[in-house]
Ligand binder design. Sequence first.
Ligand code: CS2
Ligand code: MG
Length: 381
Amino acid sequence: MEIRHADVLLTRPGRNYVLVRLETADGLVGWGDATLNGREKAVEAALDHHICPELEGRDASRVEDVWQYLFRGTYWRGGPVLNSALSGVDMALWDLKGKAAGVPVHDLLGGRTREYATVYTHCGAETVDDIVDSAEAALDRGIDHLRVNVGDPSGQYLNVDRVVDGVSEVRDRLGPAPELIVDVHGRASPREARRIATGLEPADLFFLEDPLRPENKDAFRELRQATTTPLAMGELFTNPWEMRPLVEERLVDFLRVDLAHVGGITAAKKLATVAEHHYVETAFHGPPDLSPVGQAASVHVDRSIPNFGVQEYTDYTEVYGDAVADVFQGGATLDESVGGLDVPDEPGLGIEVDRAAAREYDYERSHLPTVRHDDGSVADW
Ligand code: CS2
Ligand code: MG
């Protein structure tokens, strides 16, 4: 299964996506997601200049070997740019492998362990009233895992009392049944993270996400000892080894890696296995900046692992309208009767990209807002 053409496609059906396309000598096409929010051109250049030319002529069936070659064999490894590029290539190789074998990717990963991947959706807003309205709409759609951020991340910068009081009120108003999630976006200091985590213990969170920045994982040890609130982390990991201390010491309950950054399906599957041995569950990152190809890849892994926790869910049509459906056909769909995502039982990832349609949506430079504290100093987005 020789790779004849390796290409990168940058498209913006509502937002920028970086897609890897691999075509074999016998005409099979595989797709992968290499989107790096706000730095798409850097990944495109890495693929165009360094990676795609070196894939041509390689055997597409040797997924692990290509992964090792791109991660270790080229000396520079990890990091957001190179690891997102590698992630896209890896997904495209699994897509090809499934298509060549005539089976869905989850079959190649060990087969179905569950009928669907339970999702959580975003219900964050500026006011508790709006959060409760949005939560009730989600519950009506069968989704009972809800991210209920108060203000954060796009409104007022982190305000500990507002988060604790607001989320506690959301819990009171929604009652004990729904699972609630809060994402701190790495904005808290250890002192503030302790106050949020302990202050929200009565609200019985499903997890508190990214309470601390990712650089110093030792800081999680202190937080872990201080609170019973479950913790989650991982969307910023761009090297699979980054999760080691968190999982080995059980400093988190949920591993939230992003398949388009951590190293694709190959890395995610291995990380899930290591996590399984430490009783850590998965909660793969699924924001709007992961393309529908990345979402489908995530659900294939979700469906094949025993320690799945929950899957973050983006409804692309709701966020971007019909543009996304112009470019992507197939992929994961929500079954509202169970609040879970599933992927079609088709060979490969079960999602196709219409190249002609994709080219109609031109790239535009955009990035996350740069946030500053009231005194003008730089803050974390
Ligand atoms: C967020 C993301 O979904 C999440 O958990 O943290 O929306 C994050 O802001 C973006 O993926 C950044 O690219
Ligand atoms: Mg997050």
